[in-house]
Design a protein around this ligand. Structure first.
Ligand SMILES: [Zn+2]
Length: 223
């Protein structure tokens, strides 16, 4: 069954983010807002601000933020649907449409190829950073004191413009597309991964010539 957007809106309308976060963490009131120790970094002070007015939370140290559903996804590592159901449960909101949601991981058939594509891409960008063409990126990271350990920990990379280091002679980011195709990824997956555009009928890497900071989701997957 397709997920009903109006259900998400109804759940959020009846949700109280303070009540949701209080179900997991001690929360203290400060003025019109609330504070909690942030569970998403090693927090010593209560750095996470919760706004009942805006129905959002934000950590002013690690930057994690979102609404009640986002908090539950990150805290419990649940899928979006499971988190919607959980928020409704905590807030005593009953809706028969929620009964169709089961506590199982929802597998998106596109997700596997996408994650694999992003994994190959990250390895490629890391390789590019350490190639002669990646020197611009490396100089940038060094100027920001991001040493080899940090670069490796955060999977930092650089996107080739031409990919000479791989024996390619392409321009303007076409090397990335060729590399991913040779790895068996379809143009559809490459486009779904959000890294290619084909405005002129030719696919090019929209990151070409830039340094790369990959994003990891709450499940530890590249996203
Ligand atoms: Zn934090």
């Amino acid at each position: 069954m397709a997920f009903d957007d109006s259900l998400v809106k109804d759940v959020l309308k009846h949700a109280d983010i303070v009540k949701v976060i209080s179900a997991y963490l001690p929360v203290i009131r400060k003025g019109k807002d609330y504070l909690a120790k942030c569970p998403f970094h090693d927090d010593t002070n209560p750095s996470m601000h919760i706004s009942p007015e805006l129905q959002i939370f934000k950590c002013f140290v690690c930057g994690t933020s979102g609404n009640a559903i986002g908090f539950v996804i990150k805290y419990e590592h649940l899928s979006f649907k499971e988190a919607v159901k959980k928020v409704a449960e905590i807030c005593d909101y009953h809706d028969p449409r929620l009964d169709d949601i089961h506590q199982t991981k929802v597998v998106d058939p596109k997700r596997g190829p996408l994650v694999k594509c992003l994994h190959d891409l990250t390895v490629y960008y890391q390789y590019a950073l350490n190639s002669p063409e990646g020197k611009t990126g490396l100089d940038y990271f060094n100027s920001r004191h991001l040493d080899a350990d940090l670069r490796s920990k955060f999977l930092l990379g650089y996107a080739f413009k031409d990919g000479k280091a791989l024996g390619y002679a392409f321009k303007d980011g076409k090397a990335t597309i060729r590399f991913l195709e040779e790895k068996g990824h379809s143009l559809k997956t490459i486009e779904d991964a959000g890294l290619a555009s084909s405005t002129t009928g030719t696919y090019t890497d929209r990151n070409a010539g830039r340094v790369i900071f990959p994003i990891i989701d709450a499940n530890g997957d590249l996203c």
